[in-house]
Design a protein around this ligand. Structure first.
Ligand SMILES: N[C@H](CCC[C@H](N)C(=O)O)C(=O)O
Length: 286
């Protein structure tokens, strides 16, 4: 090999940079590699000036049980490990196929939230079976005396009306009249730290255009506002449906682009379809 093209040293780790509608990820194959990242190291690597820069890190592992093809772990930019990542699931599917870790277009995977089935579609999009929305407050977790379609959350001199659901991770969704002129960071920070959410929460701001179309911005737990949030889009549609405002198939316009969400209510499985893009491959000095 010519001198200038040295192969990466042993102490480096290969990764792929990917995104789903601008919600961006570093994806690491820990099937053929074996890396451990401390919370501090993830925070360093997620920094957009001093590191690689990403919203979440996805670590792909061999399956934890024989029924699944893989397990994957999800770490927010602040290094916290979480259980669900909708845009990340689509990028995970694209990654394992691109890397030749699987040669099928239907992929089963487990995360801390449970099991999911992913489909690489012929049109290049990816469909994820995101499971059943869970409205039981204690399982979000959210402190409430009883389950409601809309809760009142008070903080000092402000009152918020919102829906609350788990998609495997906690979500709170507020209706707003103009999502482009909403204080997403201020309200997102305030509700995100509210003591009724003991494990924090992803805060969605939904502007209903009609029963089949919403605009959405999400202030994510452990990361801040992202250009898109897949599980947040699922949460907004599920909450909009139980509040009687949305139909079973909804187009969700996020700042980074569009997702299609389908949910037939009650105990049916919620499906999300959208893109997953590869940007570049790199390596990290360990
Ligand atoms: N961006 C992800 C959500 C990451 C969830 C994370 N912020 C959490 O703490 O639950 C998505 O597309 O669903």
């Amino acid at each position: 090999m010519p001198q200038h093209q040295k192969t990466p040293k042993k102490s480096t780790l290969q990764f792929s940079k990917m995104h789903g509608l601008g919600n961006d990820f570093v994806v690491v194959d820990n099937v053929t590699q074996n890396a451990f990242f401390s919370k501090d190291r993830i925070q360093q690597l997620s920094d957009r000036n001093f590191g690689i820069g990403f919203d979440q890190m996805l670590v792909v592992e061999p399956p934890y049980d024989p029924e699944q093809d893989f397990h994957y772990r999800i770490f927010n930019a602040d290094g916290s490990e979480v259980s669900q990542c909708g845009n990340g699931a689509r990028c995970f599917a694209r990654f394992v196929k691109n890397k030749g870790l699987i040669n099928r277009n239907k992929i089963t995977v487990s995360t801390k939230a449970g099991k999911m089935v992913l489909y690489l579609e012929r049109d290049g999009l990816v469909t994820v079976n995101m499971g059943r929305p869970n409205f039981t407050p204690a399982e979000v977790p959210f402190k409430a005396n009883k389950q409601e379609n809309t809760y009142i959350i008070r903080d000092k001199d402000q009152t918020f009306f919102c829906g609350v659901v788990s998609m495997g991770n906690p979500h709170c969704v507020l209706d707003v009249s103009d999502v482009d002129n909403t204080d997403v960071e201020g309200i997102g920070t305030l509700i995100g730290q509210h003591d009724r959410f003991p494990e924090g929460v992803n805060v969605g701001f939904m502007q209903i255009i009609d029963r089949k179309h919403i605009k959405l911005r999400v202030f994510e737990r452990g990361t801040g506002e992202t250009l898109a949030c897949g599980s947040g889009a699922c949460a907004a549609v599920a909450i909009g449906q139980i509040q009687g405002k949305l139909d079973q198939e909804v187009r969700v316009d996020l700042p980074g682009g569009q997702l299609k969400i389908k949910w037939q209510g009650k105990d049916s499985l919620l499906k999300m379809t959208g893109p997953a893009e590869h940007v570049y491959d790199g390596h990290i000095q360990l």
